[in-house]
Design a protein around this ligand. Structure first.
Ligand code: SF4
Length: 288
């Protein structure tokens, strides 16, 4: 028997951006993104076979190209540079990321010192920071220690990377209360990550599973987090990227009659379907 986690696979923002790329590729022989549109090599390969081109930065994009801004967003100056070159830009920044960008821009204009909670090397954080006009009035903090090092400010606004945990945002807010006369806290956390994590926990807790097949790119941080959660629940986990890897590890499925399936927010549905078919075929052979 196969039991799927209640929330698995593409989140709303990634699906929206990938669908827009697929649509654009019907009208244009090539469509460009800056950076990978998704942390899933199989989906990137599928899109590249249709004409997707991935640039490291905007200067690599040729004149006259069609560009889609991925769900993580980009700094304002990058989008403005592309438009100034007459490049056709379709902005598919996830609406939840957009909200964080707009809050950062607005509160900076209102004189708040903007503190961004997140990973300073993550493109989403670089994009949000890139919407604050006065770069000296904003800073990224990764954790409680960094927050505790901040100077006192009259007005501080705390904004979060969409994938942060609420508990951490609360703890950082608690630290900043003592470091400003006025503190604004914007909860810009998106529920998609937490939903997939909670669904993985419930999958294990609500079923007597022999193991869980976790589907997602090995470079996907959110899939890695799901693996940690599943293992912490004490279940045997097989992490695969695709059906070929599942087939190659089919001995893992031997004797496993109740198998759960979980997938990260960057795993497309077609990959989940293919892996599920391999598991079902193996179970048929075992007479499950
Ligand atoms: S995880 Fe949330 S914020 Fe990020 S792209 Fe998906 S829906 Fe948007």
């Amino acid at each position: 028997m196969i039991i799927m986690a209640e929330h698995a696979g593409f989140c709303f923002g990634v699906k929206r951006a990938v669908d827009a790329i697929s649509e654009a590729l019907k009208d244009y022989p090539q469509v460009w993104t800056i950076g990978l549109p998704i942390h899933n090599p199989q989906e990137v390969a599928r899109l590249e076979s249709l004409g997707l081109r991935v640039a490291d930065n905007d200067s690599e994009i040729p004149d006259g190209a069609k560009v889609l801004i991925r769900a993580h967003g980009e700094p304002l100056e990058v989008i403005e540079r592309l438009k100034a070159r007459g490049i056709d830009v379709e902005d598919m920044t996830c609406p939840f990321v957009r909200k964080a960008q707009e809050k950062a821009a607005q509160l900076s204009r209102e004189g708040y010192y903007v503190v961004l909670l997140g990973d300073r090397n993550h493109p989403e954080i670089r994009g949000i920071l890139g919407h604050v006009s006065d770069k000296d009035s904003a800073e990224v903090v990764a954790d409680e220690h960094e927050a505790s090092q901040l100077q006192f400010r009259a007005k501080t606004a705390l904004i979060s990377q969409t994938t942060q945990r609420e508990e951490r945002l609360e703890r950082i807010a608690g630290i900043l209360v003592g470091k400003s006369s006025e503190l604004r806290v914007c909860n810009t956390i998106c529920k998609a990550t937490a939903q997939r994590q909670e669904a993985a926990r419930e999958l294990v807790r609500n079923n007597q599973l022999d193991g869980v097949v976790l589907i997602g790119g090995k470079s996907s941080a959110n899939t890695g987090k799901l693996r940690d959660i599943l293992e912490a629940e004490g279940v045997n986990v097989l992490w695969v990227e695709d059906e070929k890897e599942t087939d190659a590890n089919s001995s893992w499925l031997t004797g496993k009659f109740m198998v759960g399936i979980a997938a990260g927010a960057s795993t497309p549905e077609w990959l989940i379907d293919r892996v599920t078919q391999i598991i079902a075929a193996k179970q048929d052979l075992q007479g499950v």
